[in-house]
Design a protein. Sequence first.
Length: 163
Amino acid sequence: MSGLKNDSLAQLIRRGGIYYEVGGNDRAEFMSDFIGRLTALPPEKKQALFLAVMEREALMSTGIEKGIALPHPRTPMLEDGEEPFAAIAFPLSPLDWDTSDNSKVHTVFLIVSKSPKQHLGVLSGINVLCGGKDFFSLLSKQAEKEEIIAAIEEAEKNWGENG
């Protein structure tokens, strides 16, 4: 899977974290709670990330199908020395996210990358994962962090063998 050469998707998610019972009645409230919980980002950068993500959402919803959303800033916002990350959050209750199939969002992947190439690689990996029944089932049942990361690592091993 090209675009993930420096960091695997599993490494990016380990760095960013997996968060459960994230509150909020709409995208803005949810993203505020989600970003507020991030440990991979210094506190002084959280407001900038929130604004960048909401600016991107205002252009076009990042909600895709089957209850998945992929919010991200439009342009990379990391500086030298800052590590890219991806994070997963499970809303306390499913959210309206203007998805193409009108599904309520139950899983949110936040992507903060260093370059457009890395961003596209991460998006591609998430799309492949979410297309698999077993991984989608882990998300639907909000499986434990280690179970989700193990499934990503296993998938990435297969990508390496098949790619």
